[in-house]
Write a new protein. Structure first.
Length: 159
């Protein structure tokens, strides 16, 4: 067995969004539920994605999965892998650095960057996910826990 075969795939999920804007917090919700899951490092970054760049540099993941609410034109709670060109559909904004810079920096820290968007239902002020988004987020968590992240459906119209 070669050294490469013995080294486990380092997988990191970063949950982004604002938990005080209902479904916009879905990425944070997913990351929190994955904390302690074997095979994953889960980081609930919230709105401060720039604050976890140093940690990501240290981790040097082979797979970096970024989860956020995104306008996909789907029923609430549905989630999709998004092509790089669709990163503008994700809702997270940051007060620190422009999102384009952050996404470009994230893509340089990993072997593979996967963007996962979850269709929100409610983005008003308040805490907690709407029922359909909570159900969809739980399905996503179960896929990730089972090691089947490749089974996340790809958005229609993606390359």
């Amino acid at each position: 067995m070669s050294q490469a075969e013995r080294v486990p795939l380092r997988k990191v999920v970063v949950g982004v969004g604002n938990p005080l804007r209902r479904d916009d917090g879905v990425g944070v919700w997913v990351a929190r539920r994955l904390q302690g899951t074997s095979g994953w490092v889960a980081i609930p970054a919230g709105l401060a994605v720039e604050n976890v760049l140093g940690k990501l540099e240290t981790l040097a993941p082979q797979l970096l999965l970024v989860v956020d609410a995104a306008e996909l034109g789907l029923p609430a709670g549905e989630f999709r892998r998004l092509p790089w060109e669709w990163r503008g559909r994700m809702f997270t904004s940051t007060h620190g650095l422009p999102l384009e810079f952050l996404f470009a920096r994230l893509s340089g820290l990993t072997g593979e960057l996967v963007l996962v968007g979850v269709q929100p239902e409610e983005l008003d002020w308040g805490e907690g996910l709407s029922p359909p988004v909570a159900a969809g987020a739980q399905r996503l968590v179960e896929l990730l826990r089972s090691g089947r992240w490749q089974d996340i459906p790809t958005a229609a119209g993606s390359p």
